[in-house]
Design a protein around this ligand. Structure first.
Ligand SMILES: *Cc1c(COP(=O)(O)O)cnc(C)c1O
Length: 374
């Protein structure tokens, strides 16, 4: 559900108009557009948005207006690239035959065999996903689950080549990667594999992992990541004919949406709100992200003194509590709204319907939220 395409000048007007007792996602299309433009203008290659991070139509439309033309990830969303290393056979088949997808990621010989079986291999680009070395501080180290070691990757490339496919190499350093050098290190492994195979791939994909700005984790600027990628591409003397891709998700989407929740009960420094870990707040609860938040009240101004509150979610589950406290006005009370910022990534994408709660209202807001206003 959205407003009629008009949007609101700021979150306070959303509150005044809707007085919502349900959670509302406040989408900032201008910020999404601006993020897309910024990434595209800096990245030396083609930018694919990782749709799984936030698949909402309004997000895709805003990123499209910002210049994103390529989208990757799971099946029904895929417009061009299939970057998941494990795919159902039927899905591979229709991705190829119905949706015209030609890039398929694999990280194991059995997956390569599936892709070749289901597509016949004609016109297919086999992109081999490499395991990256562990990097401290990243939120998720994806190499525990996905990625071929260099020797196996070289063998997969040789086999794909023997079967008449074009080839590529990809990696993902892990989401919310705190260390720009991780990209250069991974590109050096890419270089080793290319050297071992003795043939240039059609593409090299540096994946996602570019961080958003959360309160408790100051991150290097995007420029540092791009510098390291340029340095890595230079180290391995990648030929200009090789296409370079990135698949950012979080860095584009996180600042583009906040969440408006309402306080339903206060018990001391415990606040009970209408969204929680089974809804929009599962990721921050799992990995300890600290999000900026502010109180909105329509009548009298809230107290200037703050205190640390614990936010409890709406379900009957005792796990449904946010682990990090939130500094909010001392006199926060039932009926006040709390706007939680930086929630454009892995929020609505991860919501469940547990206990009958399912946040699904989106409105467009045309201000810059406090954390993004620079
Ligand atoms: C999730 C994912 C991404 C996006 O990762 P972010 O950390 O959000 O940038 C990119 N590529 C693949 C294959 C993914 O699974």
């Amino acid at each position: 559900m959205t407003d009629n395409g008009q949007g609101f000048p700021d979150t306070r007007s959303v509150v005044a108009a809707l007085r919502p007792s349900y959670p509302v996602y406040c989408l900032r299309p201008e910020i999404l557009e601006q993020n897309a433009r910024r990434f595209i203008s800096q990245f030396p290659g083609t930018v694919l948005y990782a749709v799984k991070c936030n698949p909402h139509d309004l997000v895709l439309e805003a990123l499209y207006r910002g210049g994103i033309r390529h989208f990757c990830e799971s099946f029904e969303e895929a417009k061009a690239y299939f970057m998941h290393p494990v795919k159902a056979r039927a899905v591979i088949k229709s991705a190829y035959a119905v949706y015209g997808i030609r890039h398929f990621v694999v990280d194991h010989e059995n997956e390569l065999a599936k892709v070749l079986d289901e597509t016949g291999g004609e016109g297919v680009v086999i992109v081999v996903r490499l395991a990256t070395p562990p990097d401290e501080g990243t939120l998720y180290h994806l190499a525990d689950k996905f990625g071929a070691p260099p020797d196996a990757a070289a063998e997969l490339l040789r086999e794909a080549d023997r079967r008449g496919c074009r080839t590529g190499l990809a990696f993902h350093v892990g989401s919310q990667c705190p260390n720009p050098k991780a990209y250069r290190a991974a590109l050096n492994v890419v270089g080793d594999v290319i050297e071992a195979v003795g043939q240039d791939p059609a593409c090299v994909d540096v994946g996602g992992g570019f961080p958003a700005e959360y309160r408790n984790r100051p991150m290097p600027p995007l420029e540092d990541y791009i510098d390291q990628i340029r340095a890595g591409l230079k180290d391995i003397k990648l030929k200009p004919a090789v296409e370079v891709f990135a698949e950012p998700g979080r860095v584009l989407a996180a600042p583009g949406c906040s969440l408006l929740t309402q306080i339903q009960l206060r018990k001391g420094d415990q606040l009970y709100i209408n969204d929680g870990i089974y809804g929009s707040l599962s990721e921050p609860s799992q990995v300890g992200i600290e999000l900026p938040a502010r109180l909105i009240r329509l009548d009298d101004p809230p107290a200037t003194e703050t205190r640390a509150f614990t936010l409890n979610g709406p379900t009957c589950d005792s796990l449904d509590v946010l682990p990090k406290s939130f500094a909010l006005p001392d006199d926060a009370r039932e009926g006040d709204w709390i706007e939680i910022d930086q929630l454009g990534a892995y929020s609505n994408a991860l919501s469940t319907r547990f206990n009958g709660f399912y946040p699904e209202t989106f409105v467009e807001v045309h201000d810059l939220p406090p954390a993004a206003a620079t």
